[in-house]
Design a protein around this ligand. Sequence first.
Ligand SMILES: C=CC1=C(C)c2cc3[nH]c(cc4nc(cc5[nH]c(cc1n2)c(C)c5CCC(=O)O)C(CCC(=O)O)=C4C)c(C)c3C=C
Ligand SMILES: [Fe+2]
Ligand SMILES: [Fe+2]
Length: 337
Amino acid sequence: MSGRVGVLLLNLGGPEKLDDVYLFLYNLFADPEIIRLPIPFLQKPIASLIAASRAPISQENYRMIGGGSPLRQITEEQGENIENVLQRNGIEAKVYVGMRYWHPYTTEAIAKIKQDGITRLVVLPLYPQYSISTSGSSIKQLDELWENDPELQAIERITIQSWYDRAGYIRAMNELIDAKLQSFADPENVHIFFSAHGVPVKYVTEYNDPYQSEMENCVDAIMKAIRRDYHRYNAHTLAYQSRVGPVEWLQPYTEEAIHNLAKRGIKDLLVVPISFVSEHIETLQEIDIEYREVAEEAGIHNFDRVPALNSHPIFINDLAELIMESLGTTKMAAVPA
Ligand SMILES: C=CC1=C(C)c2cc3[nH]c(cc4nc(cc5[nH]c(cc1n2)c(C)c5CCC(=O)O)C(CCC(=O)O)=C4C)c(C)c3C=C
Ligand SMILES: [Fe+2]
Ligand SMILES: [Fe+2]
């Protein structure tokens, strides 16, 4: 293959220590794809007000998970593992990590990509489902960087939008879910509870965000695989977590859905984080601490959570395969045991 190949993994980023929290939140709220204000010049002052008012709660949450987000470390490990699988398949590619709201920022990754003389670049957002607020925001930032830089325009850029329906990703999720189901006394009677990060409802109804429909299709594909591969016919729910601010977000909200299941007498609940492939604050704090407490108080005593994929070998292999397909080379070596 001619030229120097690069892969840019896009992700959200997270504060590495408590002192980073305010600036991380400011970066997040200053993004018009996260909060759309009708008057653009108010974006930054309003972002600093919201960041200042949210920082104490957010800092307390990060304190509960050890004082910072594990996202950078997990994403860098995913990058190294993808690079190794590509190499085993004869592709010399350098993998870069570009975060939207914290280090290593996307601009830092792009500076390295230019320095390394990359000529073909596969851009892979680490969000299985596309949302305007996540992959969309990161891709928009890249489009703006490209628009203003002839050096970048000389790089062939292949941008993947979403990949929630990939067979390897579904298989890896399926395996993680079944492994947890087997730890319950009666696996068939466990309620499988998919908890996705929410978005304001108007993203879907007014801005045509495909996020909700991709999420529903993704959950359907995973449940179908569980039925096909393991002959398990568990009941399931899809709900949305992490709502912030006064507007309506996608429903049902995770907390309310847990209450409703408890009222129906459900005792065994397995939560599956679905919109994000790494452990982060919403899995480690919101699900493992807050929602576990909600469930237990409501009478659901057998509460467990499926781990995030992180560097699950089937998942990493599938991402490498996706990259190879994007580059026009599809031959894959077998997954190591
Ligand atoms: C697919 C995943 C995500 C979507 C969609 C998403 C939309 C979205 N998020 C906010 C506000 C916040 N998000 C925060 C943290 C955060 N968000 C995601 C993922 C998605 N967000 C992740 C993985 C993380 C955590 C990163 C980490 O540190 O581990 C936060 C900060 C944390 C907090 O204070 O709760 C906010 C705020 C909005 C408004 C939004 C859609 C418009
Ligand atoms: Fe978020
Ligand atoms: Fe949260």
